[in-house]
Design a protein around this ligand. Sequence first.
Ligand code: GN1
Ligand code: MG
Length: 360
Amino acid sequence: MTIEKHFAFDGPVKEIRPLGEGLINDTFFVETVGDNPDYILQKKNKNIFKDIPAMMDNIHKVTTHLKEKIIRQGGDPLREALTITPTTDNKLYYLDEDGEYWAACLFIDNTIAYEYADSPELAAQGGRGIGKFQALLADMKEPLADILPGFHNMKFRFQQWNEILMKDPAGRKKKVLKEIEWIESRRDEMLALWNKFESGELPVRVTHNDTKISNILFDKQGNVLCVIDLDTVLSSMCLNDYGDAIRSYTNAGKEDDENPDNVYIKMDIFEGYTAGYLSEAITFLTPAETENLAFSAKYITFEQVLRFLMDYIDGDNYYKVKNNTHNLVRTHAQYKLLQSMEENYGKMCETVNRLVSNLK
Ligand code: GN1
Ligand code: MG
C-alpha cells in the first residue's frame, strides 16, 4: 500500500495493519516510527455513504466546534475530541484512482474501548460521554449536511416499507405475515414521535447516530474520554442517540440472538445510562425532550425491527448477513427487546422522571 504518502502524517510510517471488525468501513492502524503519533486510516464505504466529501465536511465542522469548547473549558483537544489528519494537499480525504475515498485521524493512545456495558457504572460513563458530546454541540450554529437522508425519520421508513411490501422482491412476504402485523400495529404511535420533531415541538440538534459503547474511548481510570466514529453525525432529534444507546447497552442478549429468551432490557443498565446521560444533558434538554426519552428507546428499537424485517423482505441488500435467515433472526431478537421495553415502560418512565427531578 502506498496510500500513506498522501496523508500529512508526522514521522515515517513503519507499518499499516487492519484494525477492528467494523461492518461498514475498512479500518487500518498506521504505526509510525519512534515517538511520533500513530493514526487510524479508513477506506469509507461509498455504497452506504453516498456523499463522502459532505460527510467529512460534517466531521470537520463538529470536531472544530468540539475542540474550541474543550480548549475553553481547559480540556485536552487532542484526547477529548477526534482530530482529522489532512492529506498532503490539505484536504479532508483522499480520492484514489479506483474512486475510493480514504480519510485519516489521530490515534488516541492509552485508552480502553468496551464491547458491552457490564455494569451500571460503566453504562453511566457512556451516558455521560454522549450527554457531554451533545451538550458541547448544543450551541453549534453551522448547519450539517443530511448525509443519510431519512435515517431515523419514521415517515421515510414507512414509505420504504410500503414500497418494499408492494414489490415483495424476494417473494418472502408470505413467510412474515405475523411480523408485518408487529409493525402495522405500532405504526401510529411511532409516527407520532416523528411528527413532534417535524412540527418543531422537539428541536433540531447535532446527533451522533451510532451511540453503541464501542464508539466511546475511556481512559485507564475508566472515565469517559472521547466519542469516536463520527461518520453519521447529522442534524436530527437528540432522542435518536439516547434511544439507540438504550437499545444497545441494555440488551441482555445479542442483537442477533438465536434464542429470544436471552433478550430483555436490563433495568439497572437503563438506570445507569440514563443517570449518566442526564447529568450532562440536563443543561440543554427541553421539557418536551425529557418527556420523550423513555419512548425514544422504544422508537429506535422498533425502527431497528422494521429495518431488519424490511431488509429480509427486500432480499438482504443492506446489512451484511451470515445466511438467508440472519435478518429474520435479528428481527425476532430486536422484537423481543421491544416487547420487554413495552412491559417495563411504566418503570422506565418512572426512572427517567425520578432522575430528572433529582437534578432540578
Ligand atoms: C449499522 O455497523 P454499525 O453498527 O456501525 C447501522 C445502524 C444500525 C446497526 C445495527 C449507517 O451500524 O444504523 O443500528 O448497524 N448503520 C448504518 O447493528 O446503517
Ligand atoms: Mg458506525
